[in-house]
Design a protein around this ligand. Structure first.
Ligand code: T1G
Length: 685
């Protein structure tokens, strides 16, 4: 098999070139080729300097993640890089695209780094539950100092070439179109010098011993919250501290130890699973990759409420013009006002430039007349969650919007096939379920109707990536994927408080598991009055009574919890007494309920629902369900999503847990797929 690495001679400079699409990942063959290329340069006296570069879209974008967990092959990256760094001849990294992870570590093992202005450099291993394992935690602090290295390694945040040059990570910028020539000239120049300092031998950028403690205490104080629950960030900090306190050869041993511990841990397996799961979700198994897409030049949005405005912002921020329609002018004015404020907030928080925000709002037009939507290529309705209202809207859209345009519903639950039947173009109807706030939440459930055309589906999936969403294809069922799995969790949580648990106990179990909030905190956030009949005299349940007392959630300052002016919730004795009253009314015997039962009764039914979703073909793959829960509900990334977590728990454990509580969950239909997985000891992913 031909090596993905070749060498080219430019007089006294040897250029070692990798060509390993799509991102020049540092797989075994690339490492072997790099090693041989550098050795050839060192063995040839007529070679005075070496340049390392890549063909294709980017410099090395990291180790080959597909190799992880398999028996190591070929030379390891650390040994390859140590040999490069020990070279008596200058080695220059010529960087374009994204020099990430092992890729930046290759560049750090070079004596010098040249980059085009558009290049990005980073050590994102922490996002995989890992840390830079080829000397990055030891070399980077020696080049840019400890504070900057902590920022780049603990949060995996890449920086641009310009900033990299400012902090000394890049020695000089090359022309966008003359990288190789500029790098060769730079290397030739450097070859005139007597020596070439190895990065690992530098100490001039490391802090005095007296300051090290303070630097790390300050960093931890400032960032501790963001690291909670994850193992990798703290391991990264320990490695960077080793770089500050120990000689290189000692520090690199600490790095190797910490790296191996993380690599074998469940958290990294979970986060590596998610890396591929997110990319897999974008693929539609039965739709060819080269399906022609429908050009989307103009989008219509029906409804200027919270959802409609948030949805519109996604397109406006991506430079796609939007026409927003409402029934009344004041609704339009209110909606566009909220959007303007949201953009102002983005600018204030430095998320967006003033110009970009203005350009986005300039792409917005509003109307009260369906006829103004005629030339839209896609129209998304975000109106009241009622089938009649949606059917009426789709009937109007069908009459006014040009043929071949896609009509999408933002419904959270309703039957997209039924909505499609209200039009003469069911093939062009699809669900686009955004999550609130729609301009912030990354998840988008794309609901495929029975008649949705392949090109319509492919277009919406590609468009989702363009507007910065993580899209997952869902089938037509009540609640699609995410909300459908939320239902059994909510149902069991509501029953558990009637049996003796408290809302705060249940929420605590979920927060300790890693969820951002538990079922009752989530109910208070969403509002307890969703779907409530609104008759304060009709009190037939705990929820009726809470709503009648105006305890409708955060928005009224009280729900299950009492809220202060900063919306910080505290458990309410009033609510606890109410719960006991209703439990007595229902005649439900009270008992002590363990945290373990709460986990089994709220998390296991979610997995079971996920298995039913797979069984019914309502999701393409188990990893899609994981992606939904990570991006739609804040499932902790270090647990990989409900189905990945179930794989670690074991399908047999999940099944046994459900069977143990079957008497308390008589309405729970146990998935046959779950039973099969349990019987065969198989995993979902
Ligand atoms: N290994 C293997 N495959 C990779 C890969 C990698 N490092 N990076 C990308 N791919 C695949 C990806 O699965 C997809 O495949 C295709 O390339 C295009 O990717 C020792 C231990 C570079 C910014 O974490 O951030 O180095 O779906 O869809 O949106 O210390 O890919 O087409 O079959 O993402 O343009 C550290 C991970 C590794 C960088 C490009 N490096 N990659 O984004 O394309 S660990 C990373 C990215 C490491 C060392 C440690 C992005 C990108 P398919 P894509 P993109």
């Amino acid at each position: 098999m031909t090596s993905p690495v070749r060498t080219e001679r430019h007089d006294d400079v040897l250029v070692v070139i990798s060509d390993n699409p799509p991102v020049n990942a540092l797989g075994a063959a690339v490492r072997q080729g790099l090693k041989e290329g550098v050795e050839a340069g060192l063995a040839d006296d007529s070679v005075k300097a070496i340049v390392i570069r890549c063909d294709g879209r980017t410099f090395h974008a990291g180790a080959d993640i597909t190799e992880f967990g398999k028996p190591p092959q070929g030379p390891s990256l650390p040994e390859t890089l140590d040999a490069m760094e020990a070279s008596a001849k200058p080695i220059v990294a010529a960087i374009h695209g994204t020099a990430l992870g092992g890729g930046l570590e290759v560049a750090l093992a070079c004596h010098y780094r040249v980059a085009v202005p558009s290049a990005k450099l980073g050590l994102p291993e922490v996002n995989l539950g890992l840390l830079p394992g080829a000397g990055g935690t030891q070399r980077l602090p020696r080049v840019v100092g400890v504070e900057k290295a902590l920022d780049m390694i603990v949060f995996g945040r890449p920086i641009g070439a310009g900033e990299a040059e400012k902090i000394g990570l890049v020695d000089t910028l090359a022309g966008e179109d003359s990288l190789e020539a500029d790098a060769i000239a730079f290397a030739r120049e450097k070859a005139k010098a007597d020596s070439h300092p190895a990065t690992s031998r530098r100490t001039d950028r490391l802090p005095d011993a007296a300051h090290i403690g303070q630097i790390f205490d300050d960093f931890k104080a400032k960032n501790g919250r963001k690291m909670r629950g994850f193992d990798a960030p703290a391991a990264c900090m320990r490695c960077v501290r080793a770089a500050a306190e120990l000689p290189y050869v000692e520090g690199v041993k600490v790095e190797r130890e910490e790296f191996m511990k993380l690599m074998q841990g469940d958290q990294s397996k979970a986060q590596r699973h998610l890396f591929f799961a997110e990319r897999q979700a974008a693929k539609i198994d039965d739709v060819p990759k080269d399906t022609p897409l429908i050009p989307i030049r103009k989008v219509g949005i029906i409804g200027a409420g919270t959802m409609g405005g948030g949805i519109a912002m996604n397109f406006l921020s991506a430079g796609i013009p939007v026409t927003m329609l409402e029934m009344k002018q004041e609704a339009l004015d209110r909606g566009t006002g909220v959007m303007g404020k949201n953009y102002e907030g983005n600018v204030k928080r430095g998320r967006m430039s003033e110009e970009k925000a203005k350009a986005a709002m300039d792409l917005l037009s509003t109307t009260l007349d369906y006829a103004d939507l005629a030339d839209c290529d896609l129209v998304i309705e975000a109106v009241f969650e009622s089938m009649d209202v949606k059917k009426d809207v789709f009937g109007k859209l069908d009459a006014h919007v040009k043929d071949g345009a896609i009509l999408a519903s933002n419904t959270s639950y309703l039957n997209v096939d039924e909505i499609a039947q209200a039009t003469k173009r069911p093939g062009y109807v699809v669900g686009m379920h955004f999550f609130s706030p729609a301009n912030v939440m990354k998840l988008l459930e794309v609901v495929r109707g029975a008649e949705t055309r392949p090109d319509v589906l492919a277009t919406v999936m590609a468009l989702s990536k363009k507007i910065g969403k993580v899209a997952v294809v869902a089938g037509v069922c009540h609640g699609f994927i995410g909300n459908r799995m939320l239902s059994p969790r909510q149902r069991e949580a509501n029953k558990l408080i009637m049996e003796g648990a408290t809302p705060w106990q249940i929420d605590k179990v979920h927060q300790e598991f890693g969820m951002p909030m538990g079922p009752f905190q989530m109910s208070d956030l969403a509002g307890l009055d969703i779907g409530w009949h609104r008759d304060t005299n009709r009190i037939e349940s705990l929820r009726d009574e809470l709503c009648a007392m105006d305890r409708r959630g955060q928005k009224t300052g009280a729900g299950f919890y009492d809220y202060d002016e900063n919306r910080r919730g505290t458990p309410s004795d009033t609510v606890e007494a109410l719960i006991r009253k209703w439990a007595e009314k229902e005649g439900t015997p009270q008992r002590e309920i363990s945290d373990e039962e709460i986990r089994e009764r709220t998390l296991y039914p979610m997995v079971n629902e996920g298995a039913l979703i797979l069984e019914e073909g309502m999701a393409q793959r188990a990893s899609d369900i994981d992606v939904v829960w990570i991006y739609g509900y804040g499932w902790p990334r270090y647990r990989g999503g409900p189905m990945f977590w179930a794989d670690l728990e074991g399908a047999d454990t999940i099944l046994a847990g459900l069977e143990k509580h079957q008497d308390k969950m008589p309405d729970l239909k146990i998935s046959q797929l779950l039973k099969d997985k349990a019987a065969k000891g198989e995993t979902f992913n």
